[in-house]
Design a protein around this ligand. Structure first.
Ligand SMILES: CC(=O)[C@@H](O)[C@H](O)COP(=O)(O)O
Length: 263
């Protein structure tokens, strides 16, 4: 069977749009602009997130929107916002600047852990949905919070695997799996992915997609890691669709026993 054709029959649908890749990536922290562009290309990612606030402080920020707009679906994000007002205004600014209604809503409650402030997040999400935005909120792996975000009209939920930039991978796969099993909207595991096996695992347990940044941008070889992430996401999704064997607490011979001495 041709795996590529099989992938083509399994598009990722988000807010009514179809994407071939289930890998979403960020644009921060690359050694330079060319490495970022090469990594984006190799990753196959079609949705790329850019911080609305930090865009003017990146060394290669000039024309970042212009540079990327024809290559991918841009997803402005509200990184650095800590209040509802801040996040809503920043999202509106992003809409003006980029000309898209899509927003990755980040509303951080604590500077040390970069954990989302979920109470304010739900409030801001509701306000932005009413204002016509396609809201993709970065949230905790709490099924109740994810449900509230879906209820106020978010197009997806984006629970963290572990803290942003930590590279710790899936610290609570059981919660993430619960969120995936119950969610009425797509689940995009966002933040904390450290290496390719983390991305594959997220898809294996039922996530629809993965968003990551640091694991690629800070890898020793970002372009090679982008390729690894591309393949890991495809493999994780294929394994999910194929259906893994159940775990058993005992051995079961994989070859037939009939005809063996003593049988
Ligand atoms: C770029 C972006 O949106 C990050 O805030 C995101 O949460 C990814 O986190 P990692 O850098 O841990 O992958």
């Amino acid at each position: 069977m041709n795996a590529m054709n099989d992938t083509a029959k399994d598009p990722f649908t988000l807010a009514g749009k179809s994407f071939g890749s289930r890998l979403l990536i960020g644009t921060a922290g690359y050694p330079n602009r060319q490495v970022m562009l090469d990594a984006l290309e190799v990753s196959g990612a079609e949705i790329v997130t850019v911080s609305i606030r930090r865009v003017s402080t990146e060394s290669y920020a000039e024309n970042l929107w212009d540079l990327l707009k024809d290559r991918c679906h841009l997803l402005p994000n509200t990184a650095g916002c800590g209040t509802v007002r801040d996040a809503v205004l920043t999202a509106q600014l992003g809409r003006e600047a980029v000309g898209t209604d899509w927003v990755k809503l980040e509303l951080i409650g604590d500077r040390e852990t970069l954990y989302p402030d979920v109470a304010q997040l739900v409030e801001a999400a509701e306000e932005l949905v009413k204002d016509g935005f396609i809201v993709l909120p970065y949230c905790t792996d709490d099924p109740v919070v994810c449900q509230k975000l879906a209820d106020v009209g978010c197009a997806a939920v984006m629970p963290l695997a572990s803290p942003i930039g930590s590279g710790m991978g899936l610290v609570n796969p059981y919660n993430l799996e619960m969120v995936c099993n119950r969610s009425t909207v797509p689940v995009i595991v966002d933040a904390g992915i450290g290496t390719a096996s983390d991305a594959a695992r997220a898809l294996e347990i039922g996530a629809d997609a993965v968003l990551l940044n640091t694991a690629i941008s800070k890898a020793r070889n970002p372009v090679l890691m982008a390729a690894a992430m591309r393949d890991a996401v495809a493999a994780g999704r294929a394994a999910r669709r194929a259906g893994r064997i159940p775990r058993k607490g005992y051995a079961e011979a994989s070859s037939p026993q009939l005809g063996m001495i003593g049988s």
